[in-house]
Design a protein around this ligand. Structure first.
Ligand SMILES: [Zn+2]
Length: 103
């Protein structure tokens, strides 16, 4: 018996989707359009392909992290937008005070 035959061949569409989705340039809908797959088909590809599922998970986490949020500087009170977890507006003095507070 050839044990290799037990290895399920990668679906070329799932393979292409995995590669495309690794690039932040392509959105999920772009990729679906490019590969000409519908919603249902795409969901099936994700279910059948763990690598594709993992890339999607990573993107979701990345999206959350990169989302720009409005915050208020904890030092001077000025509003600012950031995609990081910083709690100050980025001015040198605020940065210094914020750092000192964490010591
Ligand atoms: Zn500030």
């Amino acid at each position: 018996m050839n044990s290799r035959s037990e290895v399920i061949a990668e679906d070329p569409t799932a393979e292409a989707a995995t590669l495309l989705l690794r690039s932040p340039r392509w959105s999920v809908s772009d990729v679906m359009e490019l590969l000409e797959v519908g919603d249902l088909e795409f969901r099936r590809l994700v279910e059948a392909n763990t690598r594709l599922a993992r890339v999607l998970e990573a993107r979701k986490a990345g999206d959350e992290f990169n989302a720009v949020v409005e915050r208020q500087c904890s030092v001077c009170g000025e509003p600012f937008s950031t995609a990081t977890f910083r709690d100050h507006c980025g001015a040198a003095s605020c940065m210094r005070v914020s750092r000192l507070r964490k010591l």
